[in-house]
Each structure stands twice: as structure tokens, then as C-alpha cells.
Design a protein around this ligand. Structure first.
Ligand SMILES: Cc1cc2nc3c(=O)[nH]c(=O)nc-3n(C[C@H](O)[C@H](O)[C@H](O)COP(=O)(O)O)c2cc1C
Length: 168
């Protein structure tokens, strides 16, 4: 007998469902181009003694080039009523037009970094470290099924500089 009960990882901290089930918008601007896209993989933690967020972007995304050029990005969480907007941003490309407008969202800027006015929570992030997911680094080869096109994500470890929480 011990005093531990086993809980699912998802029940350990709300961030798991926030990212994985509610999804988030990765938004960035390179000064001339602004874009946002839906993401459901990533995380938050502590690295180099800093609060950090991690997001992963495949190279074919329009967002990829913008995030590469940008120093900062935002990760935004929206109330459930915006699920259709998140689905839209996850299935349309900024190459074809203004994603914020197309999804019915309003783009605001925090010191030049875009985020949706409809968000309930915004992480304003500064890129610290980027690298590519590599085929040769997988210890569990079953995960390679996520990369049948060879489009390995680039991951960005970012310092969470500010958290904007919408007032109720
Ligand atoms: C629920 C959901 C989660 C997604 N997560 C990611 C992700 O973590 N990384 C990624 O590169 N694409 C992800 N996508 C796909 C992009 O959001 C999608 O390709 C989008 O149209 C890219 O837009 P862009 O070309 O304007 O950058 C996701 C899509 C959906 C619907």
C-alpha cells in the first residue's frame, strides 16, 4: 500500500489539453508579412532557467518563413466558440490571403508581434533555439509515420516573455 494514485499525463496539468485538444495559434510577423496558423503540438516548461514554450512548424507552412525571419512569435489560446476559426487557420494558407481576416479574427500587436484579439491567453515569446527534427534521432521508429513526406518539423524553443490574459 502507498499513498499514490495514478493519473493520466493529461490530468497532471491543464497545458496538455490546452495545446493538444483546444489547440493554439502560432502568429508572427517579419515586418512586411503577418500570419497565423493552428498548432496542436508543443509544450511549456523550464529551460536555461527560463520559462519556455516549444512549438513545431513544418517547412512547407507559409508561417515557417515568417517565423524564421521573426525574432518573436505569439502562442494564443482562444475560447471554444472560436473552434471554427482555428480549424480554418489550420486548413488555409497565408499565401492565399489575410488569415486573420479570413478566419474572422482581429489582429492586434504587442510590440510588433501579432496575436488575435479574441484570445483568452497569449504567450508572447522570443525565439531562443531552433533545430530540425531528424529521422536519425528517433528512438521510437514508429513515430516516423508522422513524416511520410519527409517534412520534418523545425522546433522552436522560445522564452515566454509575457503572458497576456484577457479580463473576464
Ligand atoms: C488541429 C491542427 C493542428 C496543427 N498542428 C500543426 C503543428 O503543430 N505544426 C504544423 O506545422 N502544422 C500544424 N497544423 C497544420 C497547419 O495549421 C496548416 O497546414 C496551415 O494551413 C498552415 O498555414 P500557413 O500556410 O498559413 O502557415 C495543424 C492543423 C490543425 C488543424
Amino acid at each position: 500500500m502507498n499513498h499514490f494514485q495514478t493519473v493520466r499525463p493529461q490530468d497532471f496539468d491543464p497545458i496538455f489539453d490546452r495545446i493538444g485538444k483546444e489547440w493554439m495559434l502560432i502568429s508572427a510577423s517579419d515586418g512586411s508579412r503577418t500570419n497565423t496558423m493552428t498548432a496542436s503540438w508543443g509544450g511549456c516548461g523550464i529551460l536555461w532557467n527560463k520559462p519556455v514554450a516549444v512549438c513545431l512548424i513544418r517547412p512547407q507552412r507559409f508561417t515557417f518563413g515568417i517565423v524564421e525571419a521573426a525574432e518573436r512569435l505569439t502562442l494564443s489560446f482562444l475560447p471554444e466558440q472560436y473552434r471554427p476559426a482555428l480549424s480554418w487557420c489550420g486548413s488555409h494558407s497565408g499565401r492565399d490571403g489575410d488569415k486573420f481576416a479570413g478566419a474572422g479574427l482581429t489582429c492586434l500587436y504587442d510590440t510588433g508581434v501579432p496575436y488575435p484579439a479574441e484570445a483568452s491567453l497569449v504567450l508572447v515569446c522570443r525565439k531562443l533555439y531552433a533545430d530540425d527534427i531528424r529521422q536519425t534521432s528517433f528512438l521510437d521508429p514508429s513515430l516516423l509515420s508522422n513524416y511520410t513526406n519527409g517534412d520534418y518539423h523545425r522546433f522552436y524553443i522560445c522564452e515566454i516573455e509575457r503572458v497576456l490574459r484577457a479580463e473576464a
